[in-house]
Design a protein. Sequence first.
Length: 308
Amino acid sequence: MRKTLCAYLFPGQGSQYVGMGRDLCDASSVARTVFAQADSILGIILSRLCFDGPPELLNDTVNTQPAILATSVATLRVLEEHGMEGPAYVAGHSMGEFSALVAAGALSFEDGLHLVRERGRLMKQAGERNPGGMAAVLGLEREQLEAICAAVREQSGEYVGIANDNCPGQLVISGALVPLERAMKLAKERGARRVIRLAVSIAAHSPLMTEAATEFRHLLDATPFLEPAVPIVANATARPLTGPDGIRDALGRQLTSPVRWTESVRWMIGQGVTRFVEVGPKEVLTGLLRRIDQTVERASTEELLTKQ
């Protein structure tokens, strides 16, 4: 009988909410230890931000990224404590890639926290220097949206392009403000079911992050990475990362490259993965998975821990 292969998926920015991690800590000393470590490592009361807010501070990208990492790792440790089946593959959506690296043993929790806090700072700084935005486009094929963005780039001389391929029918575009608005308008005119401007002031996963990516690469070069204990499927390539140099390269490219999430999930399914577990706050990736492939088993952390 063929063994069931499981993959762990780790969410990125946008999955945060005030109160995340509180129930975990109420129920588990392992989770409390993870949050206490995060508070000590960063020198801020990150746990209080997660549990009590206020929302405007939790939603500041400098805080959001380490908060999601801490919550995801605390969740992972609780699942391990409960004897959950280990993954054959791991993957993280955007910032969630750092949680996946911690899960794979390729990055220490401490180094992960420092990296994502600096990543958030650099992204915020890049947004202040080169204002931009992002928008979700529902109901258009990738080729249609790519053609729209290419036409707008040629007309405006400024960048707009696909930043996230989240699932069939859900794409995200990113770019400078004027071409972004133009691409949103054209997408509506050409049949998009919905076009939703996202509540961010940065153009993530686009060339507008080039300066941030250059600075971030210096931090990556100074950070120790290990060979992953399980394969981690990268956003930038939709293929497994191999070795510390490959990890650094992928993380450096990630800020300016699209998140190839649909391809990443389909690649894992092609390797025989039939069960996916979302490890972290909310159920965003579980929802995307329904649109990518309805035949695979999906489970969120909340579902799993409720059954324990």
